[in-house]
Design a protein around this ligand. Structure first.
Ligand code: HEM
Length: 147
């Protein structure tokens, strides 16, 4: 199936990168929302506003972007036979980790909705560094292809 995208390859790659930007924006925003959410009083009006913002960020930005990034990424992967390259295998592992982080965040938002607050603000701020570091690795692997 190699090369099946033909001249559309660069358009799919552009779409992939555009939705990577949206996804990363959402991944950076959500734990920030959690920090502010946890600073307000339980069951207050302020808390219900944060629950609403988190729901919208998940429904409108995060989940659709993740799905589109995966679909376009897999199309690119099949097109160039990327699976046989070392840079891609490591990138795949890293984006798999990023998707697991995405899943953890959705789970945490549900816990907050139920009134649970398992992590401290400091822990959430530290976790907020994870997607940035993974993105640095992924972009270097995808662009420089060091091995
Ligand atoms: C979710 C699964 C993903 C898959 C299967 C995937 C797969 C791919 C493939 C096969 C390419 C084409 C490389 C080329 O044309 O040489 C590509 C390009 C790219 N990907 Fe992904 N990707 C994924 C997620 C991500 C994420 C999360 C990021 C950033 C954090 C990212 C950043 C990029 C960049 C910057 C390029 C352009 C590289 C270039 O051609 O210069 N990708 N991706």
């Amino acid at each position: 199936m190699t090369g099946f995208l033909g001249s559309a390859y660069l358009w799919v790659k552009a779409g992939h990168i555009i939705f990577v930007i949206f996804l990363m924006a959402g991944l950076f925003m959500m734990p920030r929302f959690f920090v502010y959410h946890q600073e307000c009083a339980p069951e207050s009006d302020e808390e219900s506003k944060w629950i609403d913002r988190e729901d919208k960020l998940r429904r409108i930005i995060l989940n659709p972007s993740l799905i589109i990034v995966w679909i376009f990424g897999i199309a690119l992967m099949i097109d160039i036979g990327a699976w046989s390259y070392g840079w891609f295998q490591l990138k795949f592992l890293a984006v798999f980790g990023l998707s697991a982080y995405h899943g953890w965040m959705i789970g945490y938002a549900k816990k907050l909705k139920r009134g649970e607050r398992p992590l401290t603000g400091k822990q959430l701020r530290l976790l907020n560094e994870v997607p940035g570091l993974v993105a640095v690795l992924v972009v270097i692997l995808a662009v420089v292809k060091p091995f």
